[in-house]
Ligand binder design. Sequence first.
Ligand SMILES: [Zn+2]
Length: 229
Amino acid sequence: MELIDLSRELFHRTQAHPSHPPVIVTVWGDHSEKKVAGNTVFTSKALSLAMSDHAGSHVDAPCHFDPRPGALSIDQMPLERFFTSAICLDLSHVALKGQVTVPEMEAALAASGETIQPGDTVLLHMATNDRLLGKPGYLHDFPGLALESVHWLADKGIGMFGVEAISPAPEGEPNFQAHMACAERGITHMECLANLDRLIGRGRFTFIGFPLKIRGGTASPIRAVALFP
Ligand SMILES: [Zn+2]
């Protein structure tokens, strides 16, 4: 069995979407603080975290992008959505700020030698982290899906797709439209993933990325993992 970690680190410099608060990490208590009970002296260390529910590698809940009453929050989503069969498509040729078209999706799927099955998670390697992570451009210059490519994935019956960028489509109108298409088609997506290059040429795997049970959460950080038997 092989596990590939698809998550980014959460720390005080984790790049956060400009419309969300940053990750704040402080020391709540450390080993300098001694607790005594009877003859026993005990010390412990703990951190305090403050962050967006969209911090780091995360999955969006429908209530984030769907204003209709009843759109599911993260704690209401079935766990089956986060433990699925999966493939990763190589779209690393896409230009920064570019949009992947349906013919490019079809070519990448053919190159993978796989087919998309209902309920699949489909990860999209666009070499975003290689080109942008840690740089100011990470927040603005990322590539993504053309609107029709979101519908193409939905037409194939996927459960969710995932990208390394902070958004599934380029900044501004394409990104808004991609989120609204997810609402319309009953799918969702993950953002800020990592190591998708390590899945290329590996075929089908099991995707695992459970969200935290945040009451009313509009998203949740996940520890995303690809499992190969
Ligand atoms: Zn999103």
